[in-house]
Design a protein around this ligand. Structure first.
Ligand code: HEM
Length: 165
């Protein structure tokens, strides 16, 4: 059961990364350059419609990242890496970077004044988020190569010498 749950969460985690990072690549390298060539009312309508739909992917994606990532860290990976300072330090760095990416992604789809201001320079902030996401993916791949700490073998009771009286 735990194995199945960990596997499903792993699929969800990697699926979220593919969807959200892929969507950001599409926005930055396809949609923005193409939309820049159309500067009329249609452009503004398309912009609002894209933002409305993309916002849902950002909200749901962040929720799924957090649930699947925290589950896999707390219940699957942390017990396998007990006492391994490097593993936990790098995972901490990954989580902080992820929080930065989530924060920026949320602001970019938000309705605040700051959101409007950042969207004026959408290419710059999408690039920052993509670079951070790429670092996160590289870190995650590296974390996977760190071998689990061996669990000390249990000593069979029969091999323990009885106290001499
Ligand atoms: C707070 C948020 C996050 C947490 C707690 C988290 C946690 C984890 C954990 C525990 C693993 C397994 C690591 C291992 O195998 O040792 C993992 C794998 C992975 N994470 Fe995250 N993660 C988070 C956010 C993200 C984000 C934002 C991305 C993408 C931009 C991402 C991409 C990946 C990828 C691609 C893997 C698979 C690595 C592989 O199997 O080679 N994660 N994550």
């Amino acid at each position: 059961m735990n194995f199945a749950l960990a596997l499903v969460f792993r699929w969800i985690h990697i699926g979220s990364a593919i969807t959200v990072v892929g969507g950001t690549v599409f926005m930055l390298f396809v949609l923005l350059p193409a939309a820049r060539q159309i500067l009329d009312e249609e452009h503004l309508k398309l912009r609002a419609a894209v933002l409305k739909r993309w916002k849902m992917f950002v909200h749901v994606g962040i929720g799924l990242f957090l649930i699947s990532g925290l589950y896999n860290y707390i219940f699957v990976m942390a017990p396998l890496h007990k006492g391994d300072g490097l593993y936990h330090a790098l995972m901490g760095v990954k989580m902080l970077l992820a929080l930065g990416v989530f924060g920026l992604a949320e602001v970019l789809v938000g309705r605040s004044k700051l959101a409007e201001k950042l969207r004026q320079n959408a290419s710059k902030f999408l690039t920052i988020n993509l670079v951070l996401a790429a670092i996160i993916v590289m870190l995650s791949g590296f974390l996977r190569t760190i071998p689990a700490k061996p669990v000390p073998a249990a000593v069979p009771v029969s091999s323990v010498a009885a106290p001499s009286v």
